[in-house]
Design a protein around this ligand. Structure first.
Ligand code: ZN
Length: 243
């Protein structure tokens, strides 16, 4: 499996051939950065975690070069930071028992460029290499430009597929801006309260981000709990977390 950037990384935790691993994927998440998948798609990770016949696939489109750094990581170059983040994403894939983890390593400028050939080719290869039941993408009200770029490139790639090859369900997921303000009839409430220890561990893997002073672990779990409690006013909480 070959992608356009020479630094792209394909990781199959159980060491099966990559093409086979991708073809087994039933739940696919495409996010901009290392850690977005674990924030967005915990429900999908849980759907596959211990279910025979279900397989989770993760795709990170950018190289994670521009992340903020303090403390332990303060002196790291962009290059070293990319290496750390690639390893963190691989560790998450191992922990969450993903079928495959692909990191395309594009500079974030590429994904903001409509029709960027390398990004388009890579996404086409991924979307045509599997037949997922559900695809998790960034949501259109997200306030991070790179997330919107990745969402737009994914929609271009999905719309370029023949009708019969398109996934049955495509969901926009919360990261940089939540979606509790949407009317209930337009929301899809995903149960992200399952496997809470795994959920927290998957977020804590990204030490380079959390140590940079951003408590994504606490914030993400807190949002899931808040969504579960505030989802319906007259019923008791049915699940521990909602995305
Ligand atoms: Zn992100």
């Amino acid at each position: 499996m070959k992608f356009s950037n020479s630094r792209a990384d394909v990781f199959v935790p159980d060491s099966q051939p990559a093409t086979e691993a991708l073809s087994r994927v039933t739940h696919l998440c495409v996010g901009a950065h290392q850690d977005d998948i674990e924030i967005m798609a915990h429900a999908g990770i849980c759907d596959c975690f211990d279910t025979p016949g279900k397989a989770f696939g993760g795709v990170v489109v950018t190289n994670g070069a521009g992340s903020s750094r303090t403390g332990t990581y303060a002196s790291y170059t962009d290059e070293q930071m990319q290496d750390v983040r690639r390893e963190e994403q691989r560790a998450a894939a191992r922990l969450g028992r993903y079928a495959i983890q692909i990191q395309l390593a594009h500079p974030s400028a590429n994904v903001k460029h409509p029709g960027h050939v390398g990004v388009a080719d890579d996404l086409r290869a991924i979307f045509s290499g599997c037949r997922p039941e559900v695809v998790y993408l960034h949501q259109p009200a997200d306030k991070h430009d790179t997330h919107i770029g990745v969402l737009a490139r994914c929609l271009e790639a999905l719309r370029a597929l023949p009708l019969e090859s398109r996934p049955r369900r495509v969901l926009g997921c919360e990261v940089w801006r939540d979606l509790d303000w949407m009317v209930d009839s337009e929301k899809v409430a995903l149960d992200s309260g399952r496997h809470p220890e795994l959920g927290l561990a998957l977020l804590k893997v990204f030490d380079s981000q959390i140590a940079g002073g951003k408590r994504y672990d606490l914030a993400t779990v807190g949002r899931r709990s808040a969504n579960a409690t505030y989802h319906t006013s007259h019923a008791s909480d049915r699940v521990e977390g909602i995305s």
